[in-house]
Ligand binder design. Structure first.
Ligand code: BDR
Ligand code: CA
Length: 317
């Protein structure tokens, strides 16, 4: 299996690790990285993406800069989670690598048109770039293969507000359009809490591992680990974007998934970014998305740790 993929990312923290998984995968060919406004200042995100490519010796992958703000709403960072620059606090990347010419949304459209039905998207940030690509190419749904989205909070509290997960909260107008028009596979915050929490014991297994990837993970995990300790009392960190990457790389990790009607509340106010998932089918609307409901957490952990040890994710399967 060789799947062509664009990774659309607000590169900070776990985004970098999701990129590592995608780049290290034998099943994926990462054709481009597209950057969107999200976790930290845009310029930091762009550098963080390039720095991640350099850790993997993959500076050949083009980085396209995209939306510098959400479609309509005010942008709010999450640097209180990931540290100011987004790489754990002290590391501010300065790679000297040039960005590719053109806007991220155009890059998505062009790569999709190159081979209709072959390109998949791994969307691990706010969905602004993807919504802009849809606006530029209404046929995009037919041109794409799979679209895996990390976003939403299905039947659980959000991580940004009680109603909303961060990626959907930042640009709910984009999330609404993308969920409406593309047939997405949703990896939501509740799934992350259930199946993608890397605890202190798991992290300790990396202590003797001397690889650039493991060192990089240690750097980026300092700030989110501290945030997790302060907010939940637990020692460890969640891996939302890496879980989304793993679902694309290794769908055999998915234990349960179901088709539902999904919508996003784009209105300003208490429920901004709320992801409505009609689990009981009471709205009588056709299903438009696949919601991943359970992943084999142990196998995901093994896949993640194997990759940081320098192997491919597939080596753990
Ligand atoms: C998502 O929000 C961001 O802070 C993370 O990078 C992840 O994509 C989790 O809600
Ligand atoms: Ca992200």
């Amino acid at each position: 299996m060789d799947r062509r993929v664009i990774v659309d990312t607000d590169t900070a923290g776990d985004d970098t690790q999701a990129l590592v998984l995608a780049l290290a995968s034998e099943r994926l060919t990462v054709e481009a990285v597209t950057v969107v406004a999200g976790n930290v200042e845009f310029e930091y995100e762009v550098e963080n993406a390039k720095y991640t490519l350099s850790v993997l010796d993959r500076e050949d992958v083009p980085v396209y800069e995209g939306a510098r703000s959400p479609l309509l709403k005010e942008w709010d960072h999450a640097d209180h989670v990931h540290g100011e620059g987004g790489l754990g606090g002290d590391l501010f990347a300065d790679t000297g690598i040039d960005s590719a010419d053109g806007h991220a949304a155009d890059a998505i459209v062009e790569h999709a048109r190159d081979a209709p039905g072959e390109l998949s998207l791994l969307c691990i940030g706010p969905l602004t770039n993807v919504a802009l690509a849809l606006a530029r190419e209404p046929e995009l749904p037919d041109l794409l293969d799979e679209v895996v989205v990390m976003g939403g909070a299905v039947g659980c509290l959000g991580n940004d507000t009680p109603a909303a997960e961060y990626n959907f909260w930042v640009d709910p107008d984009a999330a609404k359009r993308v969920v409406r028009d593309l047939d997405v596979t949703l990896v939501d915050w509740g799934l992350v809490l259930r199946d993608a929490f890397l605890g202190a014991d798991d992290i300790a297994r990396l202590e003797g591992v001397d690889t650039p990837r493991a060192d990089f993970f240690e750097t980026i995990s300092t700030a989110p680990r501290q945030f997790t300790r302060e907010t939940t009392g637990e020692d460890g960190l969640t891996l939302p974007d890496s879980l989304a990457a793993a679902c694309l790389i290794a769908p055999e990790l998915i234990e349960e998934q179901a088709r539902y009607h999904v919508d996003v509340d784009e209105r300003e106010g208490l429920t901004r970014g709320y992801s409505l998932v009609d689990v009981n089918g009471v709205l009588d609307e056709p299903p438009n998305a696949t919601v991943v409901e359970s992943v084999d957490a142990d196998r995901f952990t093994e896949l993640f740790l194997a990759t940081l040890s320098g192997e491919s994710p597939e080596s753990a399967l």
